[in-house]
Design a protein around this ligand. Structure first.
Ligand code: SF4
Length: 365
């Protein structure tokens, strides 16, 4: 494997930025009254078609809590001219019942370039909302919980990238989208787990720096002749899986199929039948329709694919992302009522980040 080096933190960490600008969206659009949220026959009737989509993953006793929020959020989206983008790791009632567009980071970034609505509500983590804002500087982008962060995004700073460039002069920097806008702005191009190999090879260089996920970098290095200088970041959800636990599952059931995300450690990938981004994992299950499968990733993805493919049995393990789980129906409703929390990116940083993200998006659409 042509890995040259794995580099760790080089700069001092700064605290996360404060939610400046929250009142700008409120001034522009105003607050709305909080809708009534009781469960009654009218709500039951209006939301029955949505419950049908998730009935095999959400118990019927839970629906009377979710349904009033689902109905209120869908009505407010029309009133506000808003759209909801939801990542594959969002819970089934969000992913299936209020989202307008769903997907992995690359799919959501591409959808963000096509949005016609005035307001984007990002149901995902902060770097995803920042990416939506970077691609739509004139639109209002809201995230229902500003604390929805990411261990990968926190693993590297813009200063780290500048110091890496000093240490490896002339080597291009490929940055995973799971990073802040400041880090993207210091990069040559971004990538996602769907297109990382394609992005690295598109540069036509024999060496590239790839930040911040060491495991994605190792996976790409195993697939290419390009030498990769990696960074010591990792996803707190995917790094918890082990090859041993997967081998145990396979020993108990030799017919099970194991599908892993490339943010997992190498022994997990070695123990898997297929490795790919969340979008590629879903496509693989749709195409192969295995009897039993382990999706080695965040737990909600199995629920969302299970809702679509009830005949496939999804076996654990899975790990929850605490940041993704900060997004809930009550917070989405609050976001649309009170226009919070608005995502603000400094225009100069946004311009730099946009260049790196658009270079990736238009690489091959
Ligand atoms: S699953 Fe990992 S990479 Fe994705 S948001 Fe959570 S911590 Fe970040």
């Amino acid at each position: 494997m042509p890995m040259l080096d794995t580099v760790g933190p080089l700069s001092r960490r700064k605290p996360a930025p404060s939610p400046a600008g929250a009142s700008v969206a409120l001034k522009r659009f105003g607050a709305l009254p909080m809708p009534a949220l009781e469960w009654n026959t009218e709500v039951e009737r209006d939301t029955a078609h949505l419950y049908e989509r998730i009935k095999n993953v959400v118990p019927s006793v839970e629906w009377p809590f979710f349904a009033p929020y689902v109905r209120a959020i869908n009505a407010l989206k029309k009133e506000r001219n808003a759209v909801i983008l939801a990542h594959n790791y969002q819970t089934p009632e969000i992913y299936n019942c209020v989202a307008d567009f769903t997907g992995d980071s690359l799919q959501l970034a591409r959808e963000a370039t096509k949005v016609k609505a005035d307001i984007i509500v990002q149901c995902g983590v902060h770097f995803m909302a920042e990416t939506a804002k970077v691609l739509n500087p004139q639109k209002t982008v809201l995230i229902p919980d500003l604390k929805a962060g990411c261990s990968l995004a926190e693993a590297i700073t813009a200063e780290d990238v500048r110091l890496l460039r000093e240490r490896f002069p002339g080597v291009p920097v490929v940055t995973y989208v799971n990073t802040s806008a400041e880090v993207k702005a210091e990069s040559d191009i971004t990538c996602t787990s769907s297109n990382a190999l394609e992005v690295v090879e598109s540069l036509g260089r024999d060496t590239v720096i790839m930040v911040p996920d060491q495991y994605l970098a190792k996976y790409v290095a195993s697939q290419t002749k390009v030498k990769i200088i990696a960074w010591k970041g990792s996803c707190e959800v995917h790094e918890r899986f082990t090859g041993d636990e997967l081998e145990l599952i396979r020993a108990n059931d030799p017919t099970v199929q194991i599908v892993a995300h490339p943010e997992c450690p190498p022994d997990v990938i070695a123990a898997s039948d297929f490795t790919g981004s969340t979008a590629h994992m879903i496509d693989w299950v749709r195409k192969n329709k295995p009897k039993r499968v382990v999706l080695v990733t965040e737990c909600s993805m199995a629920d969302n694919v299970q809702a679509e493919l009830p005949d496939v049995e999804f076996t654990r393990p899975c790990n929850l992302c605490p940041h993704m789980k900060r997004i809930t129906l009550p917070k989405i409703l609050d976001s649309l009522v009170h226009m919070r929390e608005e995502v603000v990116v400094d225009p100069a940083i946004a311009a730099g980040a946009r260049r790196a993200v658009e270079r990736m998006i238009y690489l091959k659409s």
